[in-house]
Design a protein. Structure first.
Length: 277
């Protein structure tokens, strides 16, 4: 868990989500909107997150609905291009998440020299997209091949909107994931982006793996973050940081980051850290 303090330089770090818009090949992508426009919007959101004071940023293809278990080359290539063009503006630690494809996430992290990555790297899940069968034995060997010794991997252990087919308790799954995969962190989620993650789940996971970083992965906002941080070591914040706290507008388009909302949550976090001193 000390790696997080070394990377983010603070206790209880806040990782802000940078949601990329629909990419070429995605059903929601509009071809009159060029990749240049997506780069421009991504840079705008990045700077708003940094201005607001987040400790790290996590870049994902949030609007590549429906998500692919085996991502098309164009999707990860477009992500790499966008990240490459805005990287000079990234002044804080950053990570990547090629949603639902652990292998693509790892390859992307290598290509853009990310500090960390998040994904569904282990377990078997079922959901709207069918069966998600993740082979972390192959994934971790690929990580070794790519010499990604410094890359930190944050594992979903109860992915949003999907059901785990593993009949073991969440406590047992957490312990096993850390023991077998050497997970650097475990992300605990609610059923969907923006929904409030259960404090009892956070406590259960933290009690099960006290030496491992546990992240509140959904539903964090100024009114709830203090309770989350009673058990979580870090938080990933996406929906709350957006204008009006909405993931998307009435047309299904990506909503932009509001730096004032970022600052509002960070002011609460600063006080929490002060109280810990």
């Amino acid at each position: 868990m000390n790696w997080a303090k070394e990377l983010f330089k603070v206790e209880k770090p806040i990782i802000g989500m940078l949601h990329l818009g629909a990419l070429p090949g995605d059903p929601r992508y509009k071809y009159e909107n060029s990749l240049d426009e997506l780069v421009k919007l991504a840079r705008k959101d990045l700077l708003a997150l940094i201005e607001g004071g987040v400790d790290g940023v996590l870049i994902s293809n949030e609007f590549s609905f429906p998500y692919q278990r085996k991502m098309d080359f164009i999707t990860v290539a477009a992500m790499a291009r966008i990240i490459g063009e805005i990287k000079s503006d990234i002044s804080i630690p950053f990570g990547v998440d090629a949603i639902s494809d652990g292998a693509a996430t790892l390859e992307l992290a290598c290509a853009v020299d990310a500090d960390f990555c998040r994904g569904t790297f282990s377990g078997v899940y079922v959901g709207d997209g069918g069966l998600y069968d993740n082979d972390f034995s192959k994934l971790l060997r690929r990580k070794t091949e790519l010499h990604l010794d410094k890359l930190k991997m944050l594992y979903f252990i109860n992915p949003e909107s999907d059901r785990n087919l593993d009949t073991r308790s969440l406590s047992e799954i957490a312990k096993s994931t850390v023991f077998k995969a050497g997970a650097d962190g475990l992300c605990v989620s609610a059923n969907a982006a923006g929904e409030d993650v259960d404090d009892n789940l956070l406590k259960l996971v933290k009690d099960s793996v006290p030496e491992t970083l546990v992240l509140a992965n959904t539903g964090c906002k100024p009114s709830t973050i203090k309770e989350k941080f009673k058990f979580a070591d870090a938080a990933v914040v996406g929906t709350y940081f957006k204008e009006d706290g909405k993931l998307q507008d009435e047309n299904g388009k990506n909503v932009r980051i509001d730096s004032n909302r970022v600052k509002k949550l960070m002011d609460v976090v600063y006080q929490i850290r002060k109280d810990l001193e």
